[in-house]
Design a protein around this ligand. Structure first.
Ligand SMILES: *Cc1c(COP(=O)(O)O)cnc(C)c1O
Length: 453
């Protein structure tokens, strides 16, 4: 091994060297622990209080959910399915109560027959699907990344580790829509066992019913990877995949669903229960963080109570933000179709320097977004794509409405279109954000004052 190879790192070497230098400055483990806490506090003061967070996969959890994440129950081990005989350990009767409530609340929130609460991430929900429902060598179809697909369902993610062959679902270039005619042709040719639609870039509902009917001809199953849309689905503001022909719905608990970051899997057919549950335990989950399960249960209760209004406002806000950006000379996808039916806004920012550069310039202005591939990009453009993705989950939970979206669009246009100094815009963005610290749509703070119920 050469010296270079022996020092191979996937992480940024400077970041690791900086951590080392902090540790070298003192020999005290207590001081090291305090450095960790100080960095957490810096993040909280900036991202938690001063920034306008427009990251599409982020949601702030309610005070009740956050408190549960540090509860005593999170130190307990509870392997296995719920119940006295199913568990390996004794003393789990209260844990069983928490977990059973979580399962039943998830079933109610998603109006379905089965739910599992033990997935540490939606990636593992997708891994469950591939492990339970495919064999190595099977053919599946999924969405390519420039059209919004996610690594979960591609060769570099869980689909790839299962060894399936992947055929791309064809998309219509401008519309961000599945090209149904081309899909029907390609699907009939390849007869995929699964069609897995997981869209990280998501503006409009998918033709779940039409696609499911086509693949039903040979017994293929439609899987809706609703990582992003789970909250919108629970709140009845998007589409209802399990009622439109999808066999399984997977979802992230921490994106629109606004609960603790982790995964959920939901289905109706009792014949799927064995393969799914046997994959989750004992293949993918053992100690599954009961504190997180308790937090997930409460966020499901929040979704049942507030989901409809909360998610509807998220969609209204994304439409308002997209329109206001468009009017200020920042082109957005979906303009001719009412901009968005989800929490997301996708802008084309090549003319302003491209996604990477624009996202970092906006972060200097205390506005957090991410670079994103758009349909005209190639997968190789991954590091420097020409799109920018924004989402309205956090702004909405902080009580913001359509008028606030116009204000935010103006901050963004000052940086991108008018070329103002991001530091100066950042001061105004912070002044706008600082008074807004209350999280709504939960049992402590139900609705913002402007809502006339
Ligand atoms: C975010 C995302 C995932 C991964 O979800 P985690 O909860 O972060 O594990 C899977 N699929 C899609 C489409 C996503 O956008």
């Amino acid at each position: 091994m050469t010296e270079n190879e022996s020092q191979f790192e996937v992480h940024d070497k400077e970041a690791l060297a900086h951590a080392r230098s902090i540790m070298n400055a003192t020999e005290s483990p207590r001081a090291w622990a305090q450095e960790v806490i100080a960095a957490v506090k810096r993040n909280e003061a900036w991202r938690g209080e001063r920034c306008i967070n427009l990251l599409a996969p982020e949601a702030p959890t309610s005070p009740m959910v956050r408190a549960l994440l540090s509860s005593e129950i999170g130190t307990r081990a509870a392997e296995g399915h719920i119940g006295r005989v199913n568990r390996w350990f004794a003393g789990t009767q209260y844990i069983d109560e928490v977990e059973a409530l979580c399962v039943e609340l998830l079933k109610t929130a998603f109006r379905c027959n089965y739910a599992d609460h033990r997935l540490m991430g939606s990636m593992l929900g997708n891994m469950t699907v591939y492990h339970a429902l495919t064999q190595p060598g099977d053919v599946i179809m999924s969405a390519p990344q420039p059209f919004g697909g996610h690594s979960s369902n591609r060769y570099d993610g869980p689909a790839g580790t299962r060894g399936v062959k992947i055929v791309d679902v064809p998309f219509n270039m401008d519309e961000l829509e599945v090209d149904l005619e081309a899909f029907a042709k390609l699907a009939r040719q390849h007869k995929p066992k699964l069609v897995v639609m997981g869209m990280s870039m998501t503006l409009f509902p998918l033709p779940v019913r039409e696609m499911s009917e086509i693949i039903a001809e040979w017994g293929g199953k439609f899987i809706f990877d609703g990582a992003h849309q789970a909250g919108l689905i629970a709140g009845g503001q998007f589409q209802d995949p399990l009622n439109e022909g999808a066999a399984v719905l997977t979802g992230s608990a921490g994106k629109t669903f606004s609960g603790p970051q982790s995964g959920m899997i939901l289905w109706n057919d009792p014949l799927l229960t064995r393969p799914i549950a046997d994959t989750i335990f004992p293949a993918l989950a053992a100690t599954h963080q009961v504190n997180r399960v308790a937090a997930l249960a409460v966020s499901a209760a929040e979704m049942i109570e507030f989901g409809k209004f909360y998610m509807a406002q998220i969609v209204k806000n994304s439409k308002a933000l997209a329109k206001a950006l468009d009017e200020r000379g920042i082109p957005v996808l979906g303009a001719h179709k009412g901009y968005s039916q989800s929490h997301q806004v996708i802008a084309r920012v090549k003319q302003f320097g491209g996604g990477l550069e624009v996202a970092h310039r906006l972060a200097q202005a205390n506005i957090i977004t991410n670079k994103n591939l758009v349909p005209e990009d190639k997968p190789e453009d991954w590091d420097r794509p020409s799109g920018l993705r924004m989402g309205t989950i956090e702004a909405t939970r902080l009580g913001m409405n359509e008028a606030d979206m116009v204000t935010i669009a103006e901050f963004i246009a000052r940086v991108l279109v008018k070329g103002e100094d991001p530091e100066i815009v950042g001061k105004d963005a912070m002044d706008f954000r600082l008074p807004k610290q209350t999280l709504y749509y939960n049992f402590d703070h139900e609705y913002p004052a402007w809502v006339k119920m």
